[in-house]
Design a protein. Structure first.
Lengths: 112, 114
């Protein structure tokens, strides 16, 4: 049974810092892993999708990596800005299923 | 606009009532999902349809009944609403094939049961 954990639960950093958010999953037979951001009172916005055959994906200041053997994915945010403040969620889909299991999220605050 | 849309955005109702939430996507996706986000912000999958066929049915009270009239629509009907049903309900969709299975979410429906 897939379980997804995100650490830390909350993070405050000064503007301009590079930071890493962590996502751990228990079933290494994943099909893909997706990172989202959620602003307060809003829906989820897709950031990056990594297929099981990929090691990383990049979009602008964001870079997501995937290490199936260790059951980990990281989201790297370069040069953080106050506009990056949001909750970041990862979701893992196991092979042979359409089901996504979400982590509990990391609430990020970037201070100006 | 290409998107996943949900109606209504807010729903306030009394215990015991029956209500429906509607979802539509114009992304050409063949898989649609319903998620529940509780007060602690944890997202849990409830149902999923692929080409109008139910493929995921989690441990959800049978007061909840999804219906997919076609690939672009997935509705959620809830009978005999209870206080514990208060949550935000999200619809999502994804396509087939490795390049297309990114999930896209609707804006959510905030359900409050009084």
């Amino acid at each position: 049974k897939q379980e997804v954990t995100q650490i830390p639960a909350a993070l405050s950093v000064p503007e301009g810092e590079n930071l890493v958010l962590n996502c751990s999953f228990t079933d290494s037979a994943i099909y893909n892993l997706q990172w989202f951001r959620q602003d307060p009172g809003k829906g989820l916005t897709s950031l990056l999708l990594i297929q099981s055959s990929q090691r990383e994906q990049t979009s602008g200041r964001l870079n997501a990596s995937l290490d199936k053997s260790s059951g980990r994915s990281t989201l790297y945010i370069a040069a953080s800005q106050p506009g990056d403040s949001a909750t970041y969620l990862c979701a893992a889909r196991s092979s042979g299923t359409y089901k996504y299991i979400f982590g509990t999220g990391t609430r990020l605050k970037v201070l100006a | 606009d290409t998107a996943v849309s949900q109606t209504p955005k807010y729903l306030v109702t009394q215990m015991g009532n029956d209500k429906s939430i509607k979802c539509e996507q114009n992304l050409g996706h063949d898989t649609m999902y319903w998620y529940k986000q509780d007060s602690k912000k944890f997202l849990k999958i409830m149902f999923s349809y692929n080409n109008k066929e139910l493929i995921i049915n989690e441990t959800v009270p049978n007061r909840f009944s999804p219906k997919s009239p076609d690939k672009a629509h997935l509705n959620l009907h809830i009978n005999s609403l209870e206080l514990g049903d208060s949550a935000v309900y999200f619809c999502a969709s994804s396509g087939s094939g490795s390049s297309y299975n990114e999930q896209f979410f609707g804006p959510g429906t905030r359900l409050t049961v009084l």
